[in-house]
Design a binder for this molecule. Structure first.
Ligand code: AMP
Length: 281
């Protein structure tokens, strides 16, 4: 694996004949890598000839400065895991490389409804920051295929929307959420949880399964409220438990028994905000 920090270096590498003739798969990350990230690298490895991973903790997508400051950094272990998984290029830019002075960071993306709910509502500006960095990375790497995790369900929809406008030929592949054996979705933020909190955090998956096992056509309010109560009783501060159309993310107050729906959860355990989702049917 080669490790590059400069945009010109990564572009030079990808422009060489032996790389140019192959398709490029791209996995953008913020580091503190775990098996969830590595599953994306492996999927990219299977489907493309050159696999590029980026690690960049993007300041413009953090609406909470404390969250940004405390974001885990484990670069040595990240490099080891990426090499083991067969990643070809690690792009490791500094903030000044991505957003040089005078760089237009106020580019606005028209995301419409999808940005007004759930993560968009609770983390104002977050998806603009996500689009900004992904747009910039896609311009630099120009991959054929982009690999994303279903763990960030709404983010996948947002990036699809942005890419449909600016990168219409890009193939986007969404990979399933990797979980610990306890059901807890793997996440870089889990590194901030104590051992006891890691056990408590499994309540998110249990609650989503409770919703899945108990959902029936008709009004969903009671089920949704029960799910919130279950998490609150375990010590979570719940931002939302939402049941939504899996294609549009329109929130569902009632269900006709046919529409494909998804439950999405965001909740704080102590200071750590966790998100997860599960397709219900
Ligand atoms: P992040 O480093 O959190 O920005 O995530 C980078 C990519 O990895 C995103 O596409 C995430 O959706 C994906 N990802 C994060 N956690 C998981 C997981 N547990 N399973 C699968 N993909 C994941």
């Amino acid at each position: 694996m080669i490790i590059v920090k400069k945009i010109t270096d990564v572009q030079q590498f990808l422009a060489k004949d032996n790389a140019k003739q192959k398709s490029t798969g791209f996995v953008p990350t913020m580091g503190a890598l775990h098996d969830g990230h590595i599953s994306l690298i492996k999927a990219a490895k299977k489907e493309t000839g050159v696999v590029v991973c980026s690690i960049f903790v993007n300041p413009t997508q953090f609406n909470d400065p404390k969250d940004f400051e405390k974001y885990p950094v484990t670069i040595e272990s990240d490099i080891y895991l990426l090499e083991k998984a067969g990643c070809d290029v690690l792009f490791l830019p500094a903030v000044a490389e991505m957003y040089p002075e005078g760089f237009q960071t106020s580019l606005h993306f028209e995301l419409g409804f999808i940005e007004t709910i759930l993560e968009g509502e609770f983390r104002p500006g977050h998806f603009q920051g996500v689009c900004q960095v992904v747009y910039r990375l896609l311009e630099i790497i120009t991959p054929d295929k982009l690999f994303l995790g279903q763990k960030d369900f709404q983010q996948c929809m947002v990036i699809r929307k942005m890419a449909a406008t600016f990168f219409p030929r890009l193939d986007i592949i969404i990979c399933p959420t990797q979980r610990e054996s306890s059901g807890l979705a793997m996440s870089s933020r889990n590194k901030r949880l104590s051992d006891a909190d890691k056990i408590t955090a499994t309540a998110i998956f249990e609650t989503m399964q409770y919703v899945k096992n108990n959902i029936q056509p008709g009004n969903l309010n009671l089920l949704q409220q029960k799910a919130v109560r279950q998490l609150t009783a375990k010590g979570f501060r719940v931002d939302y438990v939402a049941i939504a159309d899996a294609f549009t993310l329109r929130l569902q107050e009632s269900w006709d028994g046919k529409e494909q729906i998804v439950v999405l959860v965001a909740a704080f355990l102590n200071e750590v905000r966790l998100i997860d989702n599960l397709i219900l049917n």
